[in-house]
Design a protein around this ligand. Structure first.
Ligand code: COA
Length: 160
């Protein structure tokens, strides 16, 4: 069994909360594929290329991470990449119900992919990409939520 794990999301944009989960996972698995969802039900602020590039830039301190985009079922993309573990961050009880359904559906779709849940650091449990975009749009301070490269990209989007 390979020790390749996958961490998927829209990453619009990647935040310190995501990075915290990825850093924790990188201590547990030999290789982690950060899978950036191309077509999502969400209308994204950043293009796929921008989201990918931001992920690559802010994760370059972690040599075991590979950033890729995907446009198919997560279980199929995991299989293509020989990943048998799906990392999910569990920020609090509100996440549980959604995660329970996602993990159950993925298990139904593939018995080869096991979901593993990690708790982000306490100070990142309230972060979401939507809230970060909202703060950016209202000219709020971003340094507590995202690395400076991401903060600059957000500022540019909102022309500050
Ligand atoms: N720190 C900060 N924010 C976090 C976080 C963490 N540790 N964990 C989750 N979040 C945020 C995300 O940024 C996202 O915020 P947003 O809604 O404001 O954008 C929100 O919590 C939900 O995260 P998540 O459940 O990971 O949603 P997502 O949109 O980022 O990713 C996919 C969802 C891509 C994983 C899922 O849609 C998928 O697997 N799609 C592929 C198609 C497929 O296989 N579908 C069937 C699934 S059963």
């Amino acid at each position: 069994m390979s020790s390749i794990a996958m961490y998927a999301g829209t990453f619009d944009p990647i935040t310190y909360g995501h990075i915290d989960v990825i850093e924790r996972a990188s201590k547990m698995f030999e290789k982690i594929i950060v899978a950036v969802a191309a077509s999502s039900h969400k209308k994204t602020l950043f293009s796929l290329e921008e989201r990918l590039n931001l992920c690559v830039t802010v994760l370059q301190h972690l040599p075991s991470i590979k950033v890729k985009s995907f446009n198919n079922l997560l279980v199929d993309f995991a299989k293509e990449n020989e990943a048998h573990i799906l990392i999910r961050g569990l920020r609090g009880v509100l996440d549980f119900d959604y995660e329970y359904h996602l993990a159950s559906m993925n298990r139904q779709l593939s018995s080869m992919l096991e979901s593993v849940f990690l708790l982000p650091a306490e100070n990142y449990r309230y972060i979401s990409s939507t809230l970060v975009r909202e703060v950016a749009g209202l000219q709020g301070e971003l340094n507590h939520f995202v690395p400076s490269t991401v903060a600059r990209a957000l500022e540019k989007k909102y022309s500050r």
